[in-house]
Design a protein around this ligand. Structure first.
Ligand code: GMT
Length: 430
């Protein structure tokens, strides 16, 4: 199957999910065309790594060969065409083929427009792609702009089915913001199939869009990348960030209001009343400057480290003692799920899809949004026990991840969704 995957490139769960899904689909022999404004963060090494550079060089060499042959072809145009055409076809069959492709959404530089018109430029990039390739399914991630871009592109190719996956604030925040809400509704109502990353989000999307509840396809984690380290190795790597007697709390996000990053500081402060502890912060976002001010005002600079965006987040999640997720709203909590797969327990607010993701086994580690005292108490109760007890808890986290977050079933579900929309639209444009 050939899938056009529209997704955000910036740091964040929806781009990470679209990228991970693309890799899994390619591994199963499907062809994926990523349409985005930059190469998505987690696909950088896949799409512009050394292998691609080698492929690019090989492809260029091939192109040059073709242009020489084309000259020869025009020279032999009158008499030799019959010989040259099959020769070209033969050479084409040796052209290096990759199943993962990237299509740049261009920036529009026209002084009349104040902002970027991502919805339109993404739709245009998609139209160009649809004109060039026999795309079977368009899979848009995030209701706006990409759900809408897909609908616009489809005015050129009316029979290409659209699958829309909603991820979180596209519904919970933008779906309730009068400035864009009608467009969120259009994206939800216009797609052939909507999927949501948790049951809580599916319910919300149904309410916002006036549609029947989307199919739930939870996010998944690459369990071979996100895995627990043996205790000795973990303690060794952990030394880069904390002393052996200090607890290491970890958080990763895009530091927006919805993530409640200031709660992290309050939790750290309370935990430190009971035991020595440090906080590692991964990612970047608009609230970072204010967060730094707060940390300074509370005299906690020595105990908080900002790592910024991290490409291989697993190396940090593996060494953490706890992952904190104090969000106001969270449809799934991908970084927390990755943390569980690394064996690191999660203390999180009881919101959205988080209870579904952590399951009954870890329901006791959830607290009401904003109740940082309870969060700190839970954290301390997990940090105080013996090394053996903490290792047992780490093993339970991993078991939970293996039984609920493995990719296979989720990829099967997406492929079934693609098959179902294709069945409904049997007359393709090809
Ligand atoms: O919706 C957002 O806030 C952005 C989005 C993203 O791109 O990071 O995050 C959402 O999608 C992730 C992947 O499905 C989920 O793991 C996050 O829980 C979700 N964020 C929120 O719901 C706040």
């Amino acid at each position: 199957m050939k899938i056009a995957m529209l997704c955000h490139s910036s740091l964040g769960g929806s781009g990470a999910v679209a990228s991970a899904l693309s890799k899994e689909l390619v591994a199963r022999g499907h062809e994926v065309h990523i349409v985005s404004d930059h190469v998505p963060f987690s696909l950088r090494s896949d799409l512009i790594g050394p292998i691609d550079r080698v492929l690019e060089t090989a492809a260029n060499a091939y192109e040059q060969g073709i242009s020489r042959i084309s000259k020869l072809e025009s020279f032999l145009a009158k008499t030799g065409r019959i010989v040259v055409r099959p020769l070209l076809g033969f050479i084409e069959s040796f052209r290096p083929k990759s199943l993962m492709h990237y299509h740049q959404v261009e920036k529009i530089d026209y002084p009349l427009f104040e902002g970027q018109l991502l919805t339109l430029t993404a739709a245009s990039a998609l139209v160009h792609l649809l004109n060039r390739e026999k795309i079977d399914v368009i899979h848009a991630h995030y209701a706006i702009p990409f759900g809408l871009s897909a609908l616009l592109a489809r005015t050129h190719r009316p029979k290409t089915p659209i699958v829309l996956t909603v991820h979180g604030t596209d519904i919970a925040v933008l779906g309730r913001d009068a400035s864009v809400e009608p467009m969120v509704v259009s994206a939800l109502q216009g797609a052939d199939k909507v999927t949501a990353v948790s049951a809580a989000l599916a319910e919300d999307a149904a309410m916002v869009g006036g549609i029947s509840p989307p199919e739930v396809i939870g996010n998944f984690v690459d369990l071979e990348t996100f895995y627990p380290l043996p205790r000795e190795q973990r303690m060794l790597k952990r030394r880069a960030f904390a002393r052996p007697d200090e607890a290491l709390l970890v958080h990763a996000s895009n530091f927006r209001e919805v993530k409640r990053p200031f709660d992290l500081v309050s939790i750290l402060e309370s935990v430190r009343l009971a035991l020595p502890a440090r906080l590692l912060l991964i990612g970047d976002g608009p609230l970072v400057p204010q967060l730094k001010d707060m940390i300074r005002e509370r005299g906690l600079q020595k105990f908080v480290q900002f790592l910024g965006p991290v490409q291989n987040i697993e190396h940090i999640l593996q060494v953490g003692d706890l992952f904190l997720l104090p969000s106001e709203s969270e449809s799934f909590g991908l970084a927390a799920a990755e943390s569980l797969a690394c064996g690191t327990p999660v203390v999180a607010s009881r919101v959205g899809g988080v209870p579904e993701m952590v399951g009954d086994m870890f329901a006791g580690l959830l607290y009401e949004v904003g109740d940082t005292n309870t969060a700190a108490n839970i954290a301390v109760s997990l940090l105080l026990p013996s090394d053996d007890d903490r290792d047992a808890l780490r093993a339970m986290c991993r078991e939970h991840a293996e039984s609920t977050l493995a990719p296979k079933q989720r990829i099967d579900q997406y492929l079934n969704v693609y098959a179902s929309v294709l069945k409904k639209a049997p007359l393709t444009n090809h």
